[in-house]
Design a protein around this ligand. Structure first.
Ligand SMILES: C[S@@+](CC[C@H](N)C(=O)[O-])C[C@H]1O[C@@H](n2cnc3c(N)ncnc32)[C@H](O)[C@@H]1O
Length: 184
């Protein structure tokens, strides 16, 4: 039993505005270009943490293919609805969308190859809780691909290092690959 407060999603209006902005920004901020930098491989188990409207969930599910799986997790009910609709439209059966109200995803521990944390880190209020959950989920050789959108890279580095349970593997522009420290 925990006394954790339920996480509050943004308003529906805000979420719809965000989807609209993503559409507008598509020519300059195109996930298809960005996804080439992400070490996704066929057969991987992936968590798209803070999946939003699934900009990365859908292409990731196509790359990991039917032998792999993408868990799309978010605290906003509209994110889950939109991702399910897009997956059905694209006949993708390897996506599981999960609505969260805390940092516990309910996904089996030590089962995940890659976690995507894209344009989401700035929205996280409890960094320790997030990193603990990501550490629990990842296989020993798993990794997190995250970015420093709306937050300065030195600050992101500082937060990751302060967790004590992740190491920075690589930083490329606004993107960062981090790995869990050895699990006891
Ligand atoms: C700016 S959107 C990014 C969506 C997606 N990653 C992308 O780049 O298209 C941030 C998303 O993170 C979700 N979010 C915020 N805090 C969260 C949390 N603690 N756990 C899961 N999702 C969260 C929001 O509901 C929102 O859908």
């Amino acid at each position: 039993m925990t006394n954790e407060k339920k996480l509050e999603p943004m308003s529906d209006l805000h979420f719809k505005g965000m989807m609209w902005l993503y559409k507008l920004a598509y020519p300059i901020w195109n996930p298809r270009r960005h996804i080439k930098k992400i070490p996704l491989k066929e057969g991987m188990v992936v968590v798209d943490y803070g999946c939003g409207p699934g900009r990365y969930t859908i292409p990731a599910a196509k790359i990991v293919g039917p032998q792999g799986k993408v868990f799309a997790v978010d605290i906003h009910p509209l994110a889950i609805k939109v991702v399910k609709e897009k997956a059905a439209r694209e006949s993708l059966t390897n996506i599981e969308a999960i609505l969260l109200d805390s940092y516990h995803t309910g996904i089996q521990g030590l089962s995940v190859d890659l976690i995507l944390l894209i344009d989401t880190f700035h929205a996280i209020s409890d960094h320790q809780a997030l990193f603990r959950e990501m550490h629990r989920l990842l296989k020993q050789d798993g990794m997190v691909f995250m970015d420093a959108e709306h937050i300065k890279m030195p600050r992101v580095r500082e937060i990751v290092e302060a967790t004590g349970i992740f190491t920075i593997v690589e930083c490329l522009g606004k993107d960062m690959l981090i790995a869990p420290k050895v699990k006891q």
